[in-house]
Design a protein around this ligand. Structure first.
Ligand SMILES: Cc1ncc(C[n+]2csc(CCOP(=O)(O)OP(=O)(O)O)c2C)c(N)n1
Length: 704
């Protein structure tokens, strides 16, 4: 393969110590990989994927960057970069054997999923490409701290010239998130440095199949402000020079940079792959001639920088270091099985605790749910300059010069109206129309101490962000063994009963999210609860999905006066909406009010349902459910989401399991039919539970 680069860099321009040091590091990285392969073959490690062939570009990059100062989102091939940044071989072997003290994950993640709090190497996951939006978010955080000085004063270790490094493979550059990230990073001139380590293959798929025209650098050249450099990443002097230029460009805040580094991957994709199945011997031979370790050794010889004896001494020294590190790691303990569920949530802040139980101090006239969510956002933005709001259409007017001339948009439901005008465009702004980007960037910002409160315009459009939520946000604290976290709030208007919302503006789907460990899910049914729960969501230390039933946004029946700046409701506390004795109705969201509508009719028949509004779906108030069912001996779980595999299935199963002896009737569920929300109101009414259905279900259960 041609390296297609134009750089001719003289090794003689570089200091001897630099070149010899680089050789030592490349050799060290290679031998750590070799040793880990041996451990895997001996069944003492359980997975192996290596950085062989990518060492030179990694070392060159790290030499220009500052550990513990810049931020790093490395790919799994970045062993040499991490070693050069300061991760020790011992720490890497702790990861190989899955030891308790592995700094990346404490034995929770596969090896080569780098993470090191002190060095600011942010825990890496397995999905290819997700790290890129997070890195852009971290860079956006950097820009935020520059613009919002009060926030920077509260941040730990912000540096106005810091760089965010992110690397990926040629394969990962096909992910949509890569393109979303470039669009945003270039649009805002964010200080992010991309390194595409192109080894010509993504497992077995060659780059000419992967990338239109076979060259990622050619494709990205039209992005504004983006410095695009290409290099032979197996050539140290060339890599070093290119790395220096790119780092300098980003440090000087000229914009993002992208290095396209051509490397090789001679050890197959991982130990589970055999590249001879899809690479011919000729191709493999050609790659072998570009082995960065051999090339650097040859360079040292040609330039007469070391004697053969000195080279052997360096290698012997590294081999000794590795032997000692492995012996030590093999003696390390694994984590105790009793700790396996630790750090799903913040160990420091408990949003179910009394600290979050703060009474209202009412002022003024009753206001709608939209008003009181807006009020909570204003209060929290005023309280903490780290609270930042973005999403599609959430600003009043993107063009600031137009702002005085217009009323302002402030969200399609007006929930964020006036926030930009009041707090400025740095703290409330429109994002591009890309949900993975909104959520992934929010994660990167949260990781470095900001508190993003982002809006997904309609719950129906949350799915592009699902990878960031399911594989990233909720796993970060757990997978890094509490090394990193990303407390943030995702607000999403949800549900139907709107008439005309149809299949893409009225769906529910909360159970898909309550199924996820690590995520708090809440759904208020009144203006007051929305206000108090949102404040808890913003002040808590976990990721929160804040679901707002849009049908309830402007209803008069759920209004309340403004409850003051510190009103909070703890998570996991249901509300007793109606006391009763005949059966318990467990519900939430838009169905709370609907459940009360049939009460009169039922009362005339001597049926008195007890109605519980859960408010918070994960965690939920099992104590109140259990106390109520023990009293009424009958339970109906009622929700707007589809009935099958829905939220009610879990509650019903738990009641059946733990309260069996208190039940006088089977646990029933009433929920949406297993279909989609149709456009015509009559059809929508047929799919969603109606007050008459609730009365019927309550009557049948009472009569059982
Ligand atoms: C989103 C996602 N899809 C698929 C995979 C499985 N997978 C792991 S690595 C890989 C190839 C990645 O290729 P590339 O980005 O070129 O990096 P390389 O391994 O060649 O360094 C694939 C398909 C994954 N981890 N994540």
């Amino acid at each position: 393969m041609s390296t297609a680069t134009n750089h001719v860099v003289k090794a003689s321009k570089l200091a001897k110590d630099l070149l010899v040091g680089a050789y030592r590091m490349v050799y060290l990285s290679r031998r750590v990989d070799d040793k880990e392969i041996q451990l895997k073959r001996q069944n003492r490690a359980f997975f192996q994927i290596g950085g062989v062939g990518h060492e030179t570009i990694g070392v060159a990059m790290a030499l220009h960057l500052k550990p513990g100062y810049d931020w790093f989102y490395p790919y799994y091939r970045d062993r040499a970069l991490c070693l050069q940044l300061g991760v020790t071989p011992y720490e890497m072997f702790l990861g190989s054997v899955g030891a308790k003290d592995d700094p990346a994950s404490g034995g929770r993640q596969m090896p080569s999923h780098w993470g090191h709090k002190k060095l600011r190497i942010v825990s890496q996951s397995s999905p290819t490409g997700t790290q890129i939006l997070q890195a852009v978010g971290a860079a956006e955080g950097s820009q935020y701290f520059t613009l919002v000085k009060e926030a920077a004063e509260l941040a730990t270790g912000f540096h106005s010239d810091e760089v965010v490094y992110v690397s990926l493979g040629d394969g990962a550059s096909s992910e949509g998130e890569f393109w979303e990230s470039l669009n945003w990073a270039c649009g805002r001139k964010l200080p992010v440095l991309y390194v595409v380590e192109d080894n010509g293959y993504a497992i077995s798929v060659p780059v000419d199949v992967q990338t239109a025209g076979g060259s990622i650098s050619r494709l990205v050249k039209s992005f504004p402000h983006l410095l695009v450099l290409e290099c032979d990443g197996t050539d140290f002097p060339e890599s070093y020079e290119v790395a220096g230029k790119a780092v300098e460009y980003v440090r000087q805040r000229k914009g993002p940079a992208l290095i396209h580094a051509h490397v090789i991957r001679p050890y197959s994709h991982s130990l589970s792959d055999d590249e001879r199945l899809y690479k011919s011997e000729e191709v493999r031979q050609r790659e072998a001639r570009r082995d960065p370790l051999l090339r650097l050794a040859d360079l040292l010889r040609q330039e007469r920088l070391v004697s053969e004896k000195e080279l052997k001494e360096i290698e012997a020294d590294v081999d000794r270091e590795i032997r000692e590190a492995v012996d030590q790691a093999l003696a390390a303990e694994p984590a105790s099985p009793s700790t396996v569920l630790r750090y799903l949530y913040s160990p420091a802040v408990d949003p179910t605790s009394e600290q979050f139980d703060q009474p209202p101090k009412f002022h003024g006239e009753p206001r709608t749910m939209v008003d009181l969510i807006n009020a909570a956002l204003r209060d929290e933005m005023a309280r903490d300059p780290r609270v930042v709001v973005f999403g599609e259409d959430v600003a009043d007017c993107s063009h600031e010069d137009e702002l005085p001339k217009v009323k302002g948009k402030g969200g399609v439901f007006k929930v964020t109206h006036g926030l930009q005008r009041h707090f400025g465009s740095a703290r409330c702004y429109n994002s591009h129309l890309a949900e993975a980007s909104i959520v992934g960037r929010a994660m990167g910002m949260a990781t470095r101490g900001l508190k993003p409160v982002v809006e997904i315009q309609f719950f129906d459009y949350i799915w592009p962000a699902m990878m960031q939520i399911r594989d990233e946000i909720i796993t970060l604290r757990w997978r890094s063994n509490n090394g990193f976290s990303c407390p943030l709030v995702i607000r999403a208007p949800i549900g139907g009963y709107l008439a005309g919302g149809a299949i893409y503006h009225s769906q529910s789907g909360e159970s898909i999210f309550t199924h996820l460990p690590g995520l708090r899910v809440v759904m208020p049914a009144t203006a007051l609860d929305a206000n108090g729960l949102l404040r808890t969501a913003i002040r808590c230390d976990d990721p929160v999905l804040f679901l707002e039933p849009k049908h309830l946004y402007r209803q008069t029946y759920n209004r309340a006066p403004y409850p003051g700046r510190d009103y909070m409701i703890p998570f996991g506390k249901a509300k007793l909406v109606q006391e009763g004795t005949t059966l318990t109705i467990v519900t939430y969201g838009s169905l709370v009010h609907r459940a009360t509508q049939g009460l009169k009719a039922l009362e005339q028949e001597g049926i008195q349902p007890e109605i519980l509004d859960l408010r918070s779906l994960n965690p939920y108030d099992w104590e109140l459910i259990a106390a109520s069912v023990k009293k009424t001996n009958r339970a109906l779980v009622l929700h707007e989401d589809n009935v099958s595999w829905g939220y009610g299935a879990e509650i019903a199963a738990r009641i059946a399991d733990e309260l069996f002896e208190f039940l006088d009737a089977p646990v029933r569920r009433l929920a949406a039919k297993d279909g989609f929300i149709p456009y015509h109101p009559v059809l929508e009414d047929t799919i969603l539970p109606q007050p008459a259905d609730i009365v019927r279900a309550a009557r049948a259960l009472a009569a059982y």
